[in-house]
Design a protein around this ligand. Structure first.
Ligand code: UD1
Length: 420
């Protein structure tokens, strides 16, 4: 199993290019199931979750054509399908496989998708996806750990999400594009990844209004057609590199990002004393010349501070002066990284959904274990400032969502290597 070896204490300098957004590319790939024509995608990140989604589509006998593997450009065509099923083996490695449920039942009238089950960051049910599809007339049956959905044709409905759900909004949005009549989604997710998916669906002929707001109206059409789409930049990867610049007191130019998607992160980092300077379109310079100050943060749905940046921010807080209270409101049990960073010498108390960090504390290298995707990124950040050598086990988690993170960091002057 791969692990990272990091020699910490080096200031990062240089330019890093951000890849396409994994969480936008995944629903967009699933959306290709809605048409028999070709969907061409560009700026797809070369990460493991994308390969898993490509495997899942190929398992259904969709044609996924890519020049390289993992690809940055790909064409997906689903003329016919042989299995409308997402098997457990694939869903267990990637929860986002559930995004095939809506498109499959909308176009083929039947879908069988394994339930994702528990997950390292707390229980993550899909009850809201299921309730919405039922409201649209799907007959749902849960059997042997699988959700089976049937509908001759889905019907438009008024759907209020009791809780804001990103993939739930995406699943139902995709399903509604081919439903009969109008669907109105309220309390929908406003994440840029939902907007990117809607932009592709509109190019495919879907009738959608209210994109980017919490009320989305979709007028169903009988058929969608092919389209070409460039995936938006990954705001979480960009935020992670902004923190890499800040935590090492470096000077990094982050390119190919969308600063418009990074508002809450940029504001919080500035509150901590980090300088973030826009340098032309899609480029942000990050550097620190004075002291880093701690600041409280509460995770929220977009446009608030993303839960997917909480772990990385916690690593930064260990190097900032004073007390930072970090409150996680989206997921339970999302502080596994805290106990690992504690072992490196940080002063962190976890009380339920709050982590209280007192800084700054010098970190020293240790052998630590990555527990999930974003937790692994925070451990890498901690390793970059730790004295001596840090070994991080189970880095397969990081490969799910970061494209060549060790190469990108090495190019900025970090000493990090992947060892078998
Ligand atoms: C997506 C992102 C993930 C991010 C999360 C929150 C993808 C592939 N993943 O995950 O990186 O951390 O949004 O921004 O885009 N919930 C229910 N019932 C449901 C659905 C969700 O109770 O049917 C709850 C969840 O347990 C959680 C909250 O709603 O507490 C938000 O989850 P959700 O937005 O659905 O997360 P994902 O879409 O899985």
């Amino acid at each position: 199993m791969d692990r990272f070896k990091i020699e910490g204490g080096r200031r990062l300098e240089g330019t890093v290019q951000i890849s396409g957004a994994k969480n936008a590319a995944l629903p967009i790939m699933a959306a290709a199931l809605l048409t028999s024509e070709k969907v061409h995608l560009d700026n797809v990140p070369r990460v493991r979750d994308i390969i898993t989604m490509a495997k899942l589509l190929a398992h259904m006998k969709a044609h996924v054509v890519a020049q390289d593997l993992p690809p940055s450009a790909m064409t997906i065509q689903t003329e016919e399908i042989s299995h409308t099923e997402a098997p457990y083996e694939l869903v267990k490695t990637m929860r986002a496989s559930v995004l095939t449920l809506g498109p499959l039942v909308a176009r083929f009238g039947y879908a069988r998708v394994s339930l994702p089950g528990g997950c390292a960051i707390g229980a993550r049910p899909i009850d809201l996806h299921i309730q919405a599809l039922e409201k649209m007339g799907a007959k749902i049956n849960i059997d042997h750990g699988y959700v089976e959905a049937r509908a001759e044709r889905l019907l438009g409905a008024e759907i209020h999400f009791d809780k804001i759900t990103v993939t739930g909004t995406e699943n139902v949005l995709m399903a509604a594009t081919l439903a009969e009549g109008e669907t109105i989604l309220t309390n929908s997710a406003r994440e840029p990844e939902v907007t990117d998916l809607a932009d592709l669906l509109i190019k495919m002929g879907a009738k959608i209004e209210g994109v980017g707001t919490s009320t989305i109206r979709i007028r169903g059409v009988p058929k969608l057609h092919g389209a070409t789409h460039k995936v938006i930049p990954d705001r979480i990867e960009a935020g992670t590199f902004l923190i890499a610049g800040a935590i090492t007191r470096g000077d990094i130019l982050v390119t190919n990002c969308d600063p418009g998607h990074l508002g809450a992160i940029i504001d919080k980092l500035r509150e901590c004393g980090v300088e973030i300077i826009p340098e032309g379109s899609g480029r942000l310079r990050v550097r620190v010349s004075g002291k880093l100050r701690g600041a409280d943060v509460t995770t929220e749905e977009y446009p608030g501070f993303a839960t997917d940046m909480q772990a990385q921010y916690l690593a930064l807080a260990t190097q900032a002066e004073g007390k930072s209270v970090i409150t996680e409101t989206i997921f339970e049990n999302r502080f596994m990284h805290a106990s690992e960073i504690l072992r490196m010498g940080a002063n962190i108390e976890v009380e339920g959904r709050k982590a209280i960090v007192h800084g700054p504390t010098p970190l020293s290298g240790a052998t630590i274990i990555a527990s999930d995707l974003r937790a692994s990124a925070s451990l890498v950040l901690a390793g970059l400032v730790a004295s001596n050598t840090t070994y991080i086990d189970r880095v397969y988690h990081i490969d799910r969502g970061y494209e060549r993170i060790e190469s990108k960091l090495c190019a900025l002057g970090a000493r990090i290597e992947r060892i078998g």
